[in-house]
Design a protein around this ligand. Structure first.
Ligand code: HEM
Length: 177
């Protein structure tokens, strides 16, 4: 990523929720959201690969593991054990099979219908789409994932940057100066 970018001095939950797509979006809505920010299908797929790291709360994937048919059945039962039909909203599950490693397991999981979030599995629906092809490509080519991820991160980081006296360059990226 590029350093020295100007950052906001305040944060807004409402503004964030207006721009960041929710996990219940279908493929077309995810793509339209990214395109409205100047990002492409390839950016959508490769940046979603960030879900190779980290975890999600039960409340964000409950509906998928109990109601969807586009999910590997044994994967769904394993995840259900950590995420009951009601309650335990904040229980965590890993977003892929190796949540501390920046690898291609996220994409391999999508090919096996083991995407945790509805939005993840929307990128691979076994319908022969361009999106399917990109997921398969990154599932088989770790270097392509790393290279394209870097390019798309720069592109996302350069979306409407603050200039002039707007915002500030943070001394510590976690908090305003
Ligand atoms: C394509 C649309 C996306 C949707 C719908 C989405 C949705 C989500 C959701 C629901 C969670 C779990 C949050 C929680 O339980 O509180 C999550 C986690 C995460 N997302 Fe995304 N995301 C998207 C794209 C991205 C992108 C573009 C990046 C970065 C390049 C990213 C990076 C992450 C990371 C790193 C986590 C794990 C956070 C942690 O473990 O603390 N996501 N995402």
């Amino acid at each position: 990523m590029q350093v020295g970018r100007r950052d906001s001095t305040t944060a807004s939950l409402a503004a964030a929720n207006n721009n960041i797509p929710p996990q219940f979006f279908d493929f077309q809505a995810l793509l339209s959201n990214f395109q409205s920010h100047g990002l492409s299908l390839k950016d959508l797929v490769v940046l979603s690969g960030a879900h190779t790291i980290g975890q999600a709360r039960c409340t964000t994937f409950r509906s998928r593991i109990y109601n969807e048919s586009t999910i590997d059945t044994s994967f769904a039962s394993t995840i259900r054990a950590q995420c009951p039909p009601a309650g335990a909203d904040n229980n965590l599950s890993p977003l892929d099979g190796s949540p501390t490693c920046f690898d291609s397991v996220y994409f391999r999981g999508l090919v096996q219908r083991k995407g945790l979030l509805h939005s993840d599995q929307q990128l691979f629906k076994s319908d022969g789409s361009e999106s399917d092809g990109l997921v398969r490509h990154y599932s088989e080519n770790l270097n392509a994932f790393w290279e394209d991820f870097g390019v798309s991160m720069l592109k996302m980081g350069n979306m409407s940057p603050l200039t002039g006296s707007n915002g500030e360059i943070r001394n510590n990226c976690r908090k305003p100066n």
